[in-house]
Design a protein around this ligand. Structure first.
Ligand code: SF4
Ligand code: FES
Length: 355
């Protein structure tokens, strides 16, 4: 059994933005159920003890927590590299300075589109785009490394060349171009978000050209949507292999979307240590390694490369989390994925919201 490398700490589901591509569960956790500051501090210590090197402070919007500075300090005190994954709209100079003093190592700022009108339609918050630009400036002025995270989909892929320019203008050293992954709210809005094959191919060419043009100045990470692929992604680098997440409620998850799998029970940090969850829980052991696989994954030469794809996607598409991910061309359920691709095309989506 490997040690986990990274912890995703979903501090809250609260967020001033309402992006329809959010991978949070459709049933969001309310503030009253969130872990307290001291509970997060214990989680960070336990994560470091079992081998985690870094923590992604995420949400929802992590700065919606009034104790975000104390939480950051606790992560740093545990010896973890701290990355703040933020929409940026709640950041001001004083908060950036306090976060930096608390030991924040890195900021990952989301951007919804290249222009204010498009970005604010997708994010569902007026004025957000200008605030993000200001947040980028604050982060850079503080000397903190900045990654821009552009989640791309059918309704903003036309802006990709301009998003690359924005990453350069805003002073990011890294741009993550991440096609939407279809869990939670994104799955509910899939018909409005799934790109066409032509859009995907164009985006891939744009990323390649931008990498060549800006080599040494801007690193571009590229996460592709596997709805157009012949082989699935090695989701999470394998279930229970390198990664764990803790939800706002304290549930300990092998991946951030695992709660979407009906019928699975997850340990909670209020009752179980991270070590016990990682090593002994049914939730983490259920799909660990290759022993759980059925054909065509069982015995397949790719089994230890893609780990049978994504368990959450297998469940979302087939109703069986132990099925081969239909993103694999060898899956007997491949037609379900192809049908979803064929049906996509609406511009209407539903904003993420509580209740
Ligand atoms: Fe991967 Fe399973 Fe497809 Fe083989 S059959 S390529 S292991 S998903
Ligand atoms: Fe959960 Fe892939 S998102 S295993």
């Amino acid at each position: 059994m490997n040690a986990p490398l990274a912890l995703l700490a979903e501090l809250t589901h609260r967020c001033p933005l309402r992006c329809p591509y959010c991978s949070n569960p459709v049933e969001l956790t309310r503030a009253s159920e969130e872990l307290a500051t001291g509970e997060w501090a214990r989680v960070f210590r336990e994560a470091a003890e079992i081998g985690c090197l870094q923590v992604h402070l995420s949400g929802g919007e992590p700065t919606a927590r009034r104790d975000i500075v104390e939480i950051t300090a606790a992560a740093r005190a545990a010896g973890l590299y701290t990355n703040l994954i933020t929409a940026g709209v709640l950041l001001d100079a004083a908060l950036v300075a306090r976060l930096q003093a608390a030991g924040l190592d890195h900021v990952q700022l989301s951007v919804q589109d290249a222009d204010a009108a498009g970005a604010e339609r997708i994010g569902g918050m007026r004025g957000a785009h200008a605030r993000k630009e200001a947040a980028a400036r604050l982060v850079r002025d503080a000397g903190l490394p900045l990654t821009l995270n552009a989640v791309v989909h059918r309704q903003n892929l036309h802006s990709l060349p301009r998003l690359v320019e924005i990453a350069l203008e805003w002073g990011a050293a890294r741009l993550e171009v991440a096609h939407v992954q279809y869990y939670g709210w994104a799955l509910a809005n899939r018909d409005a978000l799934l790109p066409t094959r032509a859009q995907l191919d164009e985006a891939t060419r744009t990323v390649q050209a931008a990498r060549d043009a800006h080599r040494g100045r801007l690193v571009i990470d590229y996460v592709v949507p596997d709805y157009h692929a012949a082989r699935p992604k090695a989701c999470m680098g394998g279930w229970g292999n390198r990664f764990l997440a803790v939800a706002p409620s304290g549930r300990i998850l092998p991946c951030h979307a695992a709660e979407s799998i009906a019928g699975m029970a997850f340990p909670n940090v209020r009752e179980t240590s991270l070590r016990a969850a990682w090593e002994d829980s049914d939730a983490f052991n259920r799909f660990r390694g290759t022993g759980w696989m059925r054909e065509p994954c069982r015995g397949c030469e790719h089994a230890e490369r893609d780990w049978g794809g994504c368990r959450c996607q297998a469940f979302a598409l087939t109703g069986d989390a132990a099925a081969t991910d239909p993103a694999c061309a060898l899956s007997p359920d491949r037609a379900l994925l192809l049908a979803a691709v064929a049906e996509a095309g609406t511009t209407e989506f539903r904003y993420r919201e509580f209740g």
